[in-house]
Design a protein around this ligand. Structure first.
Ligand code: TRP
Length: 418
């Protein structure tokens, strides 16, 4: 029972006292004294009863902050990209540096991070070590894209004085934690991870799966827990990684008999995945259907020209279809004038509105949106040394946090000798 509830006993005593004071006036009348005493006692019992109920209610609300915050963060997860403000969440998120970032990243994560950095403590990791788990044949690609991804972060407005941006491979404690956590996960559990299953098929690994790739969910658990992150903004394909992370957290804490590691929640963006310009479900560099954040004006123009619309909409007067029409999917994502957009949709469906008009609107919006991003990117690009310095400082700060958790973990499992 919380301390404040205990104080209520005091109030109950006060509740009894007046009755006895009344009683003292009837000192010479035993009967009346007894009546008054009985009344006091009854009142006391009533107040105690009330306090018991109230205390019960309060203890389930106040005395259990863990349950409380779990309930609240559940709401956060349901609210997707809009977690409640003034909550002491700590965010960790990351990207594999395998190519420059594109509009899909912008919609799904980057623009949210710009908002989160004003509300929470936020760590953003460039996961170069994880990128190597399926790119060991091309380490130069991963190396070169570290700075490209950093440029994209800075260009969209991620502010290194608000968010800590760091490079995964420069924090050896993350690798160390991975090695310990590896013993808290079984091969059969790893095999059951649906995203890994999918990715193995997608990469045609068959049985030749790099062990590092197969176990990357464990490394991801290390990334998350090293910072004691409570919120992890990721795409829905990463939800199994969060589940696996929490299993590791629970196992470890049970083993340590102490809550050293912290469970986290996935924060999945409201707007799902952005399709590629070709209409394929996913915008991706490797599919060649992406619009990069650093795209030039001409590249944006060309990309919009190639955007997949409605193959049945042959003549202007034909009624058009919105389902699977990428031009409208993009407008839904980026057009802030929802009324005008609705009018345009109605006209399109009715017939009489050509694709070129829709695309002109889309192009205008994308050009306006990407212009400042491109310009800021170009500014930062002029001084890559400065960008590297920012990454170095972020990495230094992040390493201090990860090292502290690593120390706690090692101490808990008997790996502290001197
Ligand atoms: N696997 C994530 C992705 O492909 C990247 C990543 C690595 C990550 N470590 C992370 C994301 C930790 C969130 C938290 O998108």
């Amino acid at each position: 029972m919380p301390a404040c509830i205990q104080h209520l006993h005091f109030i109950a005593v006060i509740g009894v006292t007046p009755s006895f004071r009344v009683a003292s006036r009837f000192d010479y009348n035993q009967d009346k004294f007894h009546n008054a005493a009985l009344l006091g006692l009854k009142r006391g019992i009533f107040i105690y009863y009330f306090i018991f109920i109230f205390g019960f209610f309060m203890s389930s609300q106040v005395a259990n902050p863990a349950a409380n915050s779990a309930a609240e963060s559940n709401e956060v997860a349901k609210a997707y990209a809009q977690p409640s403000a003034n909550k002491q969440h700590l965010i960790l998120t990351g990207d594999r540096p395998t190519g420059p970032l594109h509009l899909g990243h912008f919609v799904g994560s980057l623009r949210n991070r710009v908002t989160y950095q004003d509300q929470y403590k936020q760590y953003i990791m460039i996961a170069d070590a994880q990128a190597l788990t399926d790119n060991m044949d091309d380490p130069a690609k991963v190396h070169n894209n570290v700075i490209e991804v950093a440029l994209d972060y800075l260009a969209v407005g991620i502010d290194p004085s608000k968010s800590t941006i760091f490079i995964q491979s420069q924090i050896p404690e993350l690798t160390e934690l991975t090695f310990y956590y590896m013993n808290l996960v079984t091969i059969s559990r790893l095999e059951r991870n649906p995203t890994i299953k999918q990715e193995i098929i997608l990469r045609n690994f068959e049985r030749d799966i790099p062990a590092g790739f197969f176990t990357y969910p464990v490394s991801q658990a290390a990334d998350i827990t090293a910072f004691k992150a409570t919120l992890v903004p990721v795409g829905d394909d990463q939800i199994p990684m969060i589940e696996q992370t929490n299993e590791i957290v629970r196992r470890f804490n049970r083993l340590a008999k102490k809550d050293i590691l912290v469970e986290c929640e996935a924060l999945v963006p409201e707007i799902g995945r952005l399709p590629g310009i070709d209409g394929k479900a996913k915008m991706s560099k490797s599919l060649g259907n992406a619009i990069n954040l650093g795209a030039s004006e001409a590249e944006i123009k060309q990309a919009v020209r190639n955007v997949y619309t409605d193959p049945l909409h042959l003549r202007v007067e034909d009624p058009g279809h919105l389902e699977g029409n990428v031009a409208f999917t993009y407008l839904d994502a980026f057009d802030t004038d929802k009324e005008a957009l609705q009018a345009m949709k109605d006209h399109y469906v009715r017939g009489g509105l050509g694709d070129s008009k829709v695309k002109a609107r889309l192009e205008g919006i994308l050009q306006d949106m990407l212009r400042p991003i491109r310009e800021r990117r170009q500014e930062y690009e002029k001084d890559r040394g400065h960008v590297l310095q920012l990454l170095k400082e972020g990495t230094y700060r992040a390493r201090e946090v990860a090292a502290k958790t690593n120390d706690e973990v090692k101490a808990a499992i008997g790996l502290k000798h001197f």
